[in-house]
Design a protein around this ligand. Structure first.
Ligand code: NAP
Ligand code: GLV
Length: 306
């Protein structure tokens, strides 16, 4: 068996070692133009040339959950594209989002600023019922995040394409449920995949429908958010602020106003990192299953876009 590794911005050697350990008889190499045809590809944002040259693939494994970059390419029909299916990401995402929600709700930034001035001052306790959280996307990550938030007794609403039932979460679905979902939310968390339907979904129209004093947490993709609309709604006072982990251009350009906005927290696309060992174990298990002719979970539907 031959496995070709073609991952932008990723240190290859530890991946090669892990995959070789999982398949001792296999040839596992970093792809270069003109390389021999491989059976399986392990990729992150590969060039079109890789796909065009590798004409004998039996499976393409994406080392992330989001496949928006991969689906921009012309992919061979019938070859399964497999995304990472949690592999240690959902717990990271739950930590990140709960941290951002609690930091905002409990006004920890204000306490930190007070402490820096040696000031011992209480803020009036706020009611959780005044801070309902809406989670857009109830897939592998969104479902875990909504359950984690519900554990802290926040009222939690969730929105997905198909109808769901999650304990402690009021679930809405489809376009028909979108308005009621937004009206039920004050803090909005985006965990949607980036598709033509969800591009620019965090725009003036959507964000204006959040309860007053709304707060936005975008941990999915930068292109979900219309940057100027977010800034305008914060500056007008309708939104209280935002925590943003993902951006249209990454790294976020030095001159971007998000960096210095007092109500916006920026992190460098780090809310749920690909964990190498867990990911290799998952991919190796799925390659072995495909070799045995078995079905695997996490196969992307290119027509749906995720
Ligand atoms: P997933 O399991 O595919 O879940 C996607 C969810 O979004 C599903 O509930 C799906 O509905 C819903 N959805 C898709 N299109 C929709 C639409 N048009 N309207 C309403 N709901 C829609 O994906 P995941 O593993 O949870 O990951 C979500 C995204 O997080 C990834 O695509 C990636 O972009 C991002 N991500 C970011 C980081 C980071 O570090 N910032 C890390 C990992 C992932 P159904 O359930 O009905 O299909
Ligand atoms: C990271 O953003 C991922 O999609 O896994």
């Amino acid at each position: 068996m031959r496995i070709s590794f073609c991952c932008t911005d990723t240190k290859a050697q530890p991946w090669l070692e892990g995959l070789r350990a999982a398949f001792p008889g296999a040839e596992v190499e970093v792809w270069s133009a003109g390389a021999a045809p491989a059976d399986y590809a392990v990729v992150w944002a590969p060039p079109q040339q890789f796909i065009d040259e590798q004409t004998q693939l039996k499976g393409i494994f994406n080392i992330g959950a989001g496949v928006d970059a991969l689906l921009k390419l012309r992919l061979p029909p019938g070859v399964p594209v497999v995304r990472l299916d949690d592999a240690g990401m959902s717990v990271q995402m739950a930590e990140y989002v709960c941290h951002a929600v609690i930091r905002h709700f409990r006004e920890f930034d204000g306490y930190e600023a007070d402490a820096r001035q040696g000031k011992w001052s209480y803020r009036k306790p706020r009611l959780r019922t005044d801070f309902p959280v809406g989670v857009m996307g109830l897939g592998v990550l969104g479902a875990r995040v909504s359950r984690a938030l519900a554990q802290f007794d926040f009222p939690v609403a969730g929105w997905s394409r198909s109808a769901k039932a999650i304990d402690g979460v009021k679930c809405f679905s489809g376009q028909a449920g979108f308005n009621d979902f937004l009206a039920a939310s004050r803090i909005l968390v985006c965990l949607l995949p980036l598709t033509p339907d969800t591009d620019n979904i965090l725009c003036r129209d959507t964000l204006a429908r959040l309860r007053p004093g709304g707060y936005v947490i975008n941990v999915a993709r930068g292109s979900h958010l219309v940057d100027e609309d977010l800034m305008a709604l914060i500056d007008s006072g309708h939104l209280a602020g935002a925590t943003l982990d993902v951006f249209r251009t990454e790294p976020l350009p030095a001159a971007h106003p998000f960096w210095t906005h007092p109500s916006i927290t920026v992190t460098p696309h780090t809310s749920a990192r690909t964990l190498r060992e867990e990911s290799i174990a998952q991919i190796a298990g799925k390659i072995a299953a495909l070799q045995r002719g078995e079905a695997v979970a996490g196969v992307v539907d290119p027509a749906r876009g995720y």
